[in-house]
Ligand binder design. Structure first.
Ligand SMILES: Nc1ncnc2c1ncn2[C@@H]1O[C@H](COP(=O)(O)OP(=O)(O)OP(=O)(O)O)[C@@H](O)[C@H]1O
Ligand SMILES: [Mg+2]
Length: 241
């Protein structure tokens, strides 16, 4: 598939048109940023890790009945996806309190959240991705009430599928962020599911295996990401824990 016009260059991915209508090409770059772009670096190979993990989870979710934008890999950092009209929301599912929720509300870091908590932010860097509620989402025409219920239900299901998978690897899925978009056929899961978009804690050591390692300078980011990729790869081979 040929890469066409660059449609969008985000902070970590570049999105291109392809030679097939309705199909886009997403390149996972090696750029890593935190704090809304205030901290940024290039980590060689990071894009490949995130592309691999995203592809794996899109496949896994598709097998479990979730419609995703994933179509296939073009090379080890390049993904073909269904073109979506993105819904400008970051849907966040939380199983354990960590990060911004602890700063904003009287939770303690590491406090289990059961049932899981789903929150949504309006995806707008200039406004600092402010939190948004259901009434605002409907008033702004981002989702109809039925679609909002669907997105919530899909998010809970994705959370369950991912949490169960990570538990098998000895990893807690603390929280994650996903984005949805639409085609004429309905709402699809888009964007990525990677170490940039999830919080993962090693159940044994409590170590972070995600972008927090970078955010807070907690060690070697690439080796943390590599450990997630290795464990997923082992599990794919049938598990050799
Ligand atoms: N299937 C899709 N069709 C169209 N656009 C998509 C699709 N999947 C993801 N996108 C969009 O492509 C962009 C991916 O780039 P990236 O994630 O690097 O940038 P960003 O989201 O603007 O920045 P950041 O995630 O760092 O806040 C995002 O705007 C995302 O919403
Ligand atoms: Mg993004």
């Amino acid at each position: 598939m040929k890469k066409g016009e660059l449609l969008y260059q985000g902070k970590a991915k570049s999105v291109y048109r392809s030679d097939t209508p309705g199909v886009l090409i997403v390149v996972f770059r090696d750029d890593i940023t935190a704090f809304n772009g205030e901290k940024k670096d290039v980590l060689e190979g990071k894009g490949v890790y995130n592309a691999r993990v995203s592809a794996f989870f899109f496949n896994y979710l598709e097998k479990n009945g979730i419609q995703t934008h994933y179509l296939g890999m073009e090379d080890d950092r390049t993904m073909a996806v269904r073109e979506l009209k993105m819904i400008p929301l970051e849907v966040i599912a939380r199983n354990i309190a960590a990060g911004s929720i602890v700063k904003k509300f009287p939770f303690t870091e590491g406090q289990p959240l059961s049932p899981p908590v789903i929150v949504t932010d309006y995806k707008n860097d200039a406004a600092g991705d402010p939190s948004i509620n259901d009434d605002l989402i409907i008033a702004l025409g981002f989702l109809t009430p039925d679609e909002l219920a669907f997105v919530r239900e899909q998010t809970l299901r994705i959370n369950l599928l991912l949490s169960e998978f990570f538990a098998e690897l000895g990893i807690d899925l603390v929280d994650f962020k996903i984005e949805f978009g639409r085609t004429d056929n309905g709402i699809y899961l888009g964007d990525e599911i990677s170490m940039d978009s999830m919080r993962l804690w090693d159940q044994e050591t409590g170590e972070s295996l995600d972008k927090d390692v970078y955010r807070f300078g907690k060690g070697d980011v690439m080796s943390a990401y590599a450990r997630v990729v290795e464990r997923i790869t082992d599990e794919m081979r049938g598990g050799n824990a």
